[in-house]
Every structure is written in C-alpha cells, then in structure tokens.
Design a protein. Structure first.
Length: 215
C-alpha cells in the first residue's frame, strides 16, 4: 500500500484491522483537524472523540462488512465527519434546551421580570442560523452529487454483460448506495439544525418588540 495516499485504481489491502490502521495513519490527522476547525473552539479532546466516532462508523459500516476502500475514501470520510458533527451539535442543542427551558413558565417569568442579559442574544442566534443555512446548502450539494453517482452506477450495472464487470458494478452500486444514505442523513440533520435555530430566533424575537420573525 502507498505510504501517503492512494492513486486511482489502488485499494487498501490486508486484514480489516490492518486496513483500519492504515486509514487512520493516512487520514486521522486531517479528519481531526477538519473537525477541530468546525468546532470553532480550542477543545482537542472533543475533536479527538468525534474523530474516533468517524472511524468507528467507517469500521462498522464499511471495513467490517468488506467494502473495498479506494482513492475515493477522503470523500467518504468527509461525509462521515459531517454526519458526526451534525449529530454532536444536535445533542449539544438538545442538552442546552433541557437546561434552559426545563420549566417554561419560570423561563418566561425570568424574561419578563429579569435583566436584559437573561434574554437570548439575538445577534449570536442569527449568526448560528446563517451558519446552519450555509452548511445546509453545502450538504445539499453533496447529496445531489451522491445521488447522481448512485444513479449512474445503477445505469452502468444494467448495461454490464461480462461477469467481472457485473461484479465490479454491483460492488460500486452498493458502495454508492451507502454513501447516498449517509449524505441523506447528513442533509436531514442539517435541515433540523436550520429549523431549530430559526425556532430559537423566533422565540427570542417574540420577547423583544420590533424584532423581525423569520419564516
């Protein structure tokens, strides 16, 4: 196997455990760096934990079942990384909601009678919403690419004749079908993020007269 990256047509070889070790050696630092930048704060332990989740998913859904990994692995790791990040932000948002709004009546009373500092910061909420919308646009584009690749692979399978070509096309269809499902999960999670941030903005905007409610 190459010492740095795979060239077109090359694949990872060896036992599943060896393949996982090679993948982590080649891509572990890059995946962790990307996740660390997306977190937007200095928390190397959290970035390391989420990176481990990425490779656990790769092992569970690809390496262990015997999927052949080739030069397109970086794109797959990008999809897995985005999915892990989306789920992390969903968990964090749900946790913060539980802490802040366990008792809606008390929360409303604090807003009505307490100092202005207790009202959610609208500028921060708007920034979160805009970032979530941008992420959704990027992820939607990724899903369209994954969907087209899957459709093209199915077309190639229907026209394959020789047994080797059929086997190769079948494996490609299965791999791209999984990638499309992951991209769809990623898109759905990003859409939920946008809806949640929009709802948070509207909730906070309703507490301040003259603030525009977003649709």
């Amino acid at each position: 196997m190459p010492s740095t990256t795979l060239m077109p047509g090359e694949t990872f070889t060896g036992t599943p455990e060896q393949i996982l070790t090679d993948v982590i050696r080649l891509h572990g630092r890059r995946v962790q760096a990307v996740i660390g930048r997306r977190l937007g704060r200095r928390d190397p332990q959290l970035a390391e934990d989420l990176t481990q989740e990425v490779f656990i998913r790769l092992w569970r859904f690809y390496i262990a079942p015997g999927t052949v990994l080739d030069e397109r692995l970086p794109a797959l790791l990008t999809v897995l990384g985005r999915q892990v990040l989306c789920q992390h932000f969903n968990r964090r948002r749900n946790h913060e909601t539980a802490l802040d709004f366990t008792d809606p009546e008390q929360s409303a009373a604090r807003t009505a009678t307490g100092p202005a500092s207790e009202v959610p910061h609208l500028a921060a909420l708007f920034g979160d919403l805009e970032r979530a919308k941008h992420d959704l646009e990027v992820i939607a584009a990724d899903y369209r690419v994954a969907h087209r690749a899957h459709v093209n692979a199915r077309t190639g399978l229907r026209t394959a004749v020789h047994p080797e070509a059929v086997a190769r096309c079948t494996a490609r269809v299965e791999r791209l079908a999984r990638a499309e499902r992951l991209a769809l999960d990623d898109f759905q999670a990003a859409a939920e993020d946008v809806a949640a941030y929009r709802a948070a903005w509207n909730s906070a905007a309703g507490e301040q007269a003259g603030t525009q409610v977003l649709r």
